[in-house]
Design a protein around this ligand. Structure first.
Ligand SMILES: Nc1ncnc2c1ncn2[C@@H]1O[C@H](COP(=O)(O)OP(=O)(O)OP(=O)(O)O)[C@@H](O)[C@H]1O
Ligand SMILES: [Mg+2]
Length: 655
């Protein structure tokens, strides 16, 4: 008989299994009996035996458990030898996606955007009405040349290399003033991207006045040292009195449409009605965005931080760096809205006096001072440090760019986040030619700059999603944008925009900001709801009336046959009844979503920030369905393509 599988292991097998188990246990650090810690040599020996036993099959993890280091293992000394400072330009050259250069199409947009934003900032600061010329030309299949020229104040010669050849160099970072740029990175990063992808340094010509010579530079950025490499420097003749001209060649892709240069410039022109922009695209098409107003926006004032919302560490740093010697002076000088009386009460609450020396403030007193500042009643920040676009301009922009029926806008009062004042403006456009079965489009701006990417990371988007649109008669599925013929526009204006990254594409989700955007949205949504509800009622009544009208001729003829009365008289009487019973169908909505006139003749709640436009397509509010003889006048209704109801007087006069 053939031998069967043994039911009990033979003693030598048992011994081997025990040996294997011991090795495994030792390897994994689990010992059954308390072992003596092996010496270094013993450990080495054990490892050698193990490796032999396991046939060199051990993983590196297992080896490291043994605590043995291979000869190649890094020591603290080796690591120390590798430590080096990283220059900011090296960092961003590696991480260029952080600056908005993550793909070729976006790289083109970012380059144009950085240059245009700088030009608009410079012109506004110099109180010059901006006139910009932008040309994007295709050099080879994947290489483009961007030229941006402005009529700004120009840049003094010595500053040109630093501005364009050094990252983190600029005039806007250390102040609290509303402007488009703030980091001191934008234009030099665009130049660096151009240099890395094409090897060509950027060109700059700048002239500060008609009496001064223009300077032409070609500048490359030395990424290792984050400093400019001047490739060319000469005086040149130009035919413009002042301004800056820049040229960058870069690897890029061009496509028209959403999230491209064309959309960016269209939106920029809408919210910068004081700018004149000429744009030649890579297809050679020339577009001109005319200046709509000769008035520059109010110059936003540079301010000091507001005490509410400032952090303890920041206060301590300010105490360290201030030039003020006494606490009272410090509070009044370094913060906005701190009057002598506020300063006195804050000092009293913190257990010091306004005459206490700043140098005597220790960390505990700083904390008391901080708490007193947060609790003190301090005036809200002044409104002149931010320059909103204005409801009128938002409406004009929406009217120009979106074919809707109902437009409304709201400007919130200034508020504060982390001590920084900000103001939110919101606009809504609804109906008309907008697609009814898609999610709403959200158009975002920060300090008058369109934000085209990273929508879902932006607090504006989050506020739109969080708003309960169903409460305002607009469809919405949970956690999503509302669905319907709706465009939402929001502008965030602040002395400091908390962007989520250096590419400045989305606003960080601060509770205070999201709340303000939400309140602005609700304000607009309430007006939209009035419009939607009333229009629905008007439409319902219109439908009822059209049913009556369909049967009145037939009914009046039959009644006449039965009663022998005049068919015309019966017809007129029935018409009159139909007309009075469906009176709402005759009512128009004024630009506030309210019924115009009515029999009582009242128009309530005037609101300058809402406009209603009639559009073709049978969707418009019924205007006049019957003539004076109560005959339907549908066929006589003029086919006007967009009759904007601006003047209530005119409408009422007509009736
Ligand atoms: N066209 C221009 N005319 C005048 N000054 C300019 C112009 N372009 C740039 N500057 C100056 O160069 C500085 C650096 O510009 P850069 O775009 O690198 O940074 P920024 O605009 O300060 O901030 P951000 O990185 O957010 O754009 C600006 O602060 C501004 O003072
Ligand atoms: Mg800039």
């Amino acid at each position: 008989m053939a031998e069967t599988t043994p039911t009990r292991p033979a003693p030598d097998r048992l011994r081997k299994a025990q040996l294997d188990f011991d090795f495994a246990a030792r390897e994994s650090g689990v010992m059954l009996a308390e072992p003596k810690p092996p010496s270094l040599e013993q450990r080495g020996e054990t490892a050698t035996r193990q490796e032999a036993a396991a046939g060199e099959q051990k993983t590196s993890v297992q080896r490291s458990r043994l605590g043995k280091r291979s000869e190649k293992a890094v020591t603290a000394e080796k690591l120390a030898a590798q430590q080096r400072e990283i220059s900011v330009s090296e960092f961003f050259a590696k991480n260029r996606h952080l600056l908005g250069f993550d793909n070729k199409r976006k790289a083109l947009l970012t380059t144009v955007k950085e240059a245009v934003d700088n030009s608009l900032d410079a012109c506004e600061e110099a109180r010059i009405l901006p006139a910009l010329r932008i040309e994007v030309a295709q050099v080879t299949e994947e290489r483009f040349r961007v030229v941006v020229q402005d009529n700004g104040p120009g840049i003094v010669k010595t500053q040109i290399p630093l501005i364009f050849g050094k990252l983190l160099y600029g005039s806007k970072f250390h102040r609290l003033k509303m402007c488009r740029g703030q980091q001191g990175i934008g234009i030099s990063a665009a130049g660096m991207y151009g240099l890395i992808t094409t090897g060509k340094p950027m060109s700059i010509i700048s002239r500060t006045s008609s009496r001064a010579k223009a300077h032409h530079y070609r500048i490359a950025i030395d990424t290792k040292k984050n400093r400019p490499d001047i490739a060319h420097d000469e005086e040149v003749e130009v035919d413009w009195p002042h301004g800056t001209w820049i040229e960058i060649e870069l690897a890029a892709n061009y496509a028209k449409g959403r999230q491209g240069i064309d959309e960016y410039l269209e939106q920029t022109a809408i919210v910068n009605a004081h700018a004149e922009i000429e744009y030649v695209n890579p297809l050679g098409e020339r577009r001109r965005f005319e200046r709509a107003t000769d008035l520059l926006p109010e110059e936003p004032r540079e301010i000091k931080p507001h005490p509410h919302g400032i952090e303890l560490g920041v206060l301590m740093k300010m105490l360290k760096e201030t030039e003020a010697q006494k606490v009272g002076g410090f509070l009044q000088k370094e913060f906005s809205r701190v009057s002598p009386s506020v300063s006195k009460s804050v000092c009293a609450a913190a257990g010091v006096t306004p005459l206490t020396w700043v140098k005597q403030i220790d960390s505990q007193t700083s904390e008391r001072l901080y708490n007193a500042l947060q609790k003190a009643r301090i005036m809200a920040p002044s409104t002149d440090c931010v320059a909103p676009i204005g409801a009128e301009q938002i409406l004009a922009g929406l009217l120009k760019g979106v074919k809707a029926e109902f437009y409304t806008a709201a400007t919130r009062n200034p508020a504060i986040y982390r001590g920084n004042p900000f103001q939110v403006e919101v606009g809504l456009a609804y109906g008309g030619d907008l697609p009814g079965d898609e999610q709403a489009r959200v158009i975002r701006f920060a300090n008058r700059v369109p934000l085209l990417y990273q929508q879902s990371h932006c607090t504006i988007y989050k506020a739109v999603v969080e708003t309960n649109w169903r409460a305002y008669s607009v469809q919405q599925s949970g956690g999503a944008l509302p669905t319907g013929p709706l465009v939402v526009m929001a502008h965030f204006a602040s002395v400091w925009v908390p962007f989520t990254s250096e590419s400045k594409e989305a606003i960080a989700d601060y509770d205070e900001i999201r709340k303000e955007v939400g309140l602005g949205l609700k304000e607009c949504a309430r007006k939209l709801q009035v419009f939607i509800r009333r229009r629905k009622r008007t439409e319902r009544e219109g439908e009822r009336r059209s049913i009556f009208l369909r049967y009145i001729p037939e009914v009046s003829r039959s009644l006449s046959a039965v009663t022998g009365q005049s068919a015309k008289r019966l017809h007129d009487q029935l018409m009159h009844i139909a007309h009075t019973r469906t009176e709402l169908a005759d009512r128009e909505l004024d630009e506030h979503g309210q019924f115009v006139k009515g029999k009582s003749g009242n128009v309530d709640r005037p609101d300058a920030n809402t406009i209603i436009v009639e559009r073709d397509g049978g969707e418009a509010v019924p205007v006049e369905l019957f003539d004076d003889d109560h005959r339907p006048i549908e066929e006589r209704r003029p086919a006007n393509g967009g009759n904007r109801k601006r003047s209530k007087g005119r409408k009422r006069g007509r009736r």
